[in-house]
Design a protein around this ligand. Structure first.
Ligand code: FES
Ligand code: FES
Length: 165
């Protein structure tokens, strides 16, 4: 049966989207990163390689870190998605402790890759709250940074894990 509507939950909010090729509709070929950025106004996930190779567009979908440039929006019906915007406390607007740890450790320079790295790290810590350095490196193997701040990234994730975050 042809599906012309999908519902997805992003950062706790439900969105009904129409599938089609008209203005305001989601094309069947549209990727999730595009929908997040252009339709939902969530520009935290960055679009860079558009081929699943850099990790800049990473979001958490049903508990897994996924490159949102490699997922078609039409495939996301019923999915729970968290973007970097969803980590902030909605009431106090306080940053997630993992985000704060990146700041405390100066774990970014230009910051373009940072939302993807944080979302991958967040998914890791949800599954494995006390990862060792090798596990952190393995989890982040698909996230690339052009500013050579990887050492601080590992320290930031380690510190967040140490603090039970
Ligand atoms: S933009 Fe998605 S992995 Fe590079
Ligand atoms: S901080 Fe610049 S690309 Fe990573």
């Amino acid at each position: 049966m042809k599906q012309d509507k999908i519902r997805l939950t992003v950062n706790g909010s439900s969105h009904d989207l129409s599938i089609g090729v008209n203005l305001g509709e989601i094309a069947p070929s549209e990727t999730l990163v595009h929908t997040l950025r252009e339709t939902l106004g969530l520009t935290g996930a960055k679009e860079s390689c558009d081929h699943g190779a850099c990790g800049c567009c990473t979001v958490i979908m049903d508990g897994q870190a996924v490159p949102s440039c490699m997922v078609l929006t039409v495939e996301c019906h019923g999915k729970e998605i968290t973007t970097i915007e969803g980590l902030q406390d909605p009431e106090t607007e306080a940053l997630d402790p993992l985000q704060q740890s990146f700041i405390d450790n100066m774990a970014f320079q230009c910051g373009y890759c940072t939302p993807g790295i944080i979302m991958t790290s967040k998914a890791l810590l949800e599954k494995n709250p006390r990862p060792d350095e090798e596990e952190i490196k393995e989890a982040l193997a698909g996230n690339f940074c052009r500013c050579i701040s990887q050492y601080q990234v590992i320290e930031a994730v380690k510190q967040a894990a140490k603090n039970g975050r």
